[in-house]
Design a protein around this ligand. Structure first.
Ligand code: PHE
Length: 339
């Protein structure tokens, strides 16, 4: 019996050494020391042996089992180390090489600039060339800057035109970029020429022409003697640059609490009049709230939805495409960064 055990141990250890991967090791383990393994079998049968053999056979079987077990874990560690060493040979990367497709002369599609970002940059350039600054404002606004200072006190019906996401602390997500006008006046003195391009949020029912997150450009100019004529010039320049050289514009009287007089501007595009933006002369009350004397200074302001402008420019029929990240949509705008 003891000889037989020794032979088994030798055979098992040889099998462990010969095993070339984890699967084979697992099989070797099952054959010898698993629940139905041969060495395990002997251990189980010890009780049936004559009394004087039980001690020595039990001890020898236990030792054999432990030896095989230890050999198994040593071999596992060895195999793992070998695999890692080989990885360094088989999976190394030279990060300085061009990607495989480019090497083979295949055209890769790189990322593209989102159409809203692209138009935003284009518009910023137009305004920078006219001497405007670009400003940023917070997305989380307070009631005063989003409404109160813009001539919409707490019970003003015009607040209902802009369904608002209120936050639990009484602040809100800005419903338009106009609060940036107030912030610019608070922190600066005329002449102030600035644009702010950014996200705004409204609690809207979503459909093809309404999103709850969209983008506006706010532009304003406050100085001595600023008139509707200046406003028309600036807006016409903008629209000719970004849409079309012979775009026509017209003003229609309209109401926004923070401008007086207030207008909506329409443009002709592809032969049709389209409503595009709100504008007007900054209301004297708003100038006062910004710390500017309305008897000395005047200003114009306008607010325009960039998303709508991109729709016009590229003939996009559904506003929701802009935010849903569908690559088939996005790839239509420019061939990407890499040719
Ligand atoms: N803030 C207005 C809106 O979001 C647009 C606007 C801006 C109108 C400036 C007039 C002047 O609807």
């Amino acid at each position: 019996m003891l000889d037989e055990l020794q032979a088994m141990e030798r055979e098992a250890l040889a099998a462990v050494r010969a095993a070339a991967d984890g699967d084979v090791l697992g099989a070797v383990e099952a054959t010898w020391i698993g629940r139905k393994g041969r060495i395990t079998g002997i251990l189980r049968s010890v009780g049936t042996l004559p009394a004087e053999q039980r001690g020595p056979v039990g001890q020898a079987a236990n030792l054999a089992r432990r030896a095989v077990d230890e050999a198994l874990s040593a071999r596992r560690t060895e195999l793992l180390a070998g695999a890692e060493a080989r990885l360094a040979d088989t999976e190394w990367v030279d990060a300085t090489l061009p990607p495989p497709a480019a090497r083979a002369g295949v055209r890769r599609t790189g990322g593209t600039i989102h159409p809203i970002t692209a138009l935003t940059r284009e518009i910023e350039d137009v305004f920078l060339s006219m001497g405007f600054d670009t400003l940023d404002g917070p997305w989380v606004e307070d009631d005063f800057h989003n409404f109160g200072a813009l001539n919409m006190p707490a019970d003003h019906p015009a607040r209902d035109m802009q369904d608002t996401y209120w936050l639990s602390d009484g602040n809100l997500l800005r419903t338009h970029t106009s609060p940036v006008q107030v912030r610019a006046m608070e922190s600066g003195a005329p002449p102030i020429r600035a644009v702010c391009l950014g996200r705004v949020f409204r609690h809207e029912e979503l459909d093809a022409t309404h999103e709850n997150t969209f983008h506006q450009i706010e532009g304003f100019y406050v100085d001595r003697g600023v008139s509707v004529g200046h406003m028309l010039y600036v807006l016409r320049t903008l629209l000719r640059e970004v849409l079309d050289d012979d775009v026509e514009v017209r003003l229609r009287p309209s109401y926004f609490p923070f401008v007086e007089p207030g207008f909506e501007m329409d443009v002709t595009f592809r032969g049709k009049w389209m409503e595009l933006l709100g504008c007007g002369m900054v209301h004297p009350y708003v100038l006062e709230q910004g710390g500017i004397d309305p008897t000395v200074f005047s200003g114009f302001a306008f607010g325009l939805g960039i998303d709508r402008l991109v729709m016009l420019k590229h003939g996009v029929e559904d506003l929701r495409h802009f935010m849903d990240g569908d690559l088939r949509f996005l790839r239509q705008f420019g061939g990407g960064l890499e040719g």
